[in-house]
Structures are given as C-alpha cells and as structure tokens.
Design a protein around this ligand. Structure first.
Ligand code: SAM
Length: 253
C-alpha cells in the first residue's frame, strides 16, 4: 500500500524484528533510515536484498530538502518505509517532522510496530504500569536537569528516562535528592542483549551503588516509581499540578 510506513527495528537482538517489518522492508519502493548503515546491516542479517532501491538517510535535522525528497516519493504514490537506528521511530529518535509533513500532505501514515526500550523496561521493572510518563533524555547540564526533575516530581505515575552511561551517576544523585531517596527505582541496562540487567532498589541506594561503581557500559533506561504525591493525588491531576506550581513560585520568590 502506498504511503509512509514507520518500521520498528530491534533494540539489541536482531531476532526481535517482526515478520511484518521484514515484509515491509522487502516490499518498499523506497527505504529511508535514520542510519543507512545499520538498516543495511539489519537487512543483510535477515536476507532482504536492497535490489537497487533508493536508500536515503533522513534525520529531522537533515532539513527541508531531505524532507521534500521523501515527500516527493510519497506524493508520487510510492511505498516508503522509514526505520530508526534502533527501536520505534520517533521515540527519542527522529521522524516527527516527517510524520507531520506527511500527514499535512494527506499521505497515509501507518506503522509496523515493535520494540521500544522504554516499554520493555517498564514491563520488566515491577513498578506501577497503569500510569507512566516518558521523560526521554534529561538535559545534560546540571541546572537544566535539576529543573526538569523538580517539574517531574509531582507526576502521578512511573517516570521513565533514557540515560547515557557517563551521566548515570550524576542523574541518579540528582534524582535521589530531588525526587526523594525512598522512591522505588530501576536501572535497566542492555535490554535484549547478552548482559541484560535490571537492578531495582530505592533511589537513594541506587545512587549510592552507582556513585561507587565504575562507569557502567551499554544502553540504559532509568525508571522511578510514583512518590507519595502520586498515590494521594491520583484522582485530581489539576490539584497536584497547582500544588507543584505553588511550591515552585514560593521557592523562586
Ligand atoms: N527509538 C528507541 C526506542 O524505541 O527505544 C530509542 C532511541 S534513543 C536515541 C537511545 C536510548 O534508548 C539509549 O540511550 C537508551 O537510553 C535507550 N535504549 C535503547 N536500546 C536499549 C537497550 N537495549 N537497553 C536499554 N536501553 C536502551
């Protein structure tokens, strides 16, 4: 079918590709990827030939000309697949501008869904899953990170962060201080890979453990369970947010 198909790719284990994703990669007229080398490699692993089809790199930062090129294929009625380097496209990854532009151009947009590190980590975590907030990557500078954490403190659900190994220590220390050392937390590392590890402990304990350890290797998701505010205020998000805002303005005054 003509249109844009968002294809999810594995987050570590190449066998986590879906049959539908493989069909889509085989049948597309045009292949677009965040990283063309990793898509080529994935196709090689699964025996899907490129067979002379266009393979384009696309990143939201590639700018309007790259987007126009993809849109031109779409408006001609071609079947275009867009794959991220790993996991679900657009989830802490590029593609948002492309999907918006395709929708605005009246192009059909669908997906062949698959792995996303945030969702896998959440289901393994043992933390509440009924409400969660995906916070993506925290700002890398301490000031921005601490401000973001203060704003997230009152969210009535499990918080999910993507984190880099070199910032893990500092982020856990700031989380323990700002969100509270007693909140249940999880560090999920190298999901679907050989050294998959899920460490669960109160935030303060995790912060201490990682402060003393060598910089961890690999890819990391950090999850923080809801605080007492989350439990008390579940019925009234507005009241919670107003309370959080009031706290901020007194602090700022
Ligand atoms: N689109 C991807 C998804 O659906 O999960 C996320 C891409 S984002 C640029 C990369 C970040 O996702 C990593 O820094 C890490 O925080 C997280 N991540 C990706 N793969 C992971 C894995 N196998 N184990 C743990 N975290 C992972």
């Amino acid at each position: 079918q003509a249109g844009l198909l968002l294809v999810s790719t594995p987050i570590g284990n190449a066998r986590d590709i879906t049959l539908r994703a493989l069909d889509a990669l085989r049948e597309a007229d045009v292949l677009v990827a965040e990283d063309t080398r990793s898509l080529r490699r994935l196709m090689e692993i699964h025996g899907v030939p490129l067979a002379g089809r266009p393979l384009l790199a696309y990143h939201d930062h590639s700018g309007p000309p790259a987007r126009q090129k993809v849109l031109a294929y779409l408006t001609e009625g071609q079947r275009v697949v867009y794959a991220s380097e790993a996991g679900t496209p657009l989830i802490a990854d590029p593609g948002y501008d492309l999907v918006r532009a395709a929708r605005e151009a009246g192009v059909a947009v669908s997906a062949a869904p698959g792995p996303a590190a945030a969702i896998m980590a959440l289901s393994l975590s043992g933390l509440p899953t009924d409400r969660f907030f995906f916070a993506g990557f925290l700002p890398s500078q301490a000031g921005g990170r601490r401000k973001a954490l203060r704003a997230l403190g009152a969210v009535p659900g499990t918080l999910i962060f993507y984190e880099s190994p070199k910032r893990l220590k500092k982020s856990l220390a700031d989380m323990a201080e700002i969100l509270g050392p007693g909140r249940d937390a999880v560090v999920a590392r190298e999901l679907t890979k050989l050294f998959e590890q899920v460490a669960a402990a109160p935030l303060g304990d995790l912060a201490e453990r990682y402060a003393e350890a060598a910089t961890p290797k690999g890819e990391i998701v950090v999850l923080v369970g809801p605080g007492a505010e989350g439990e008390i205020g579940e019925d009234d998000l507005t009241a919670l947010l107003q309370a959080a805002l009031a706290r901020h303005s007194t602090k700022d005054a």
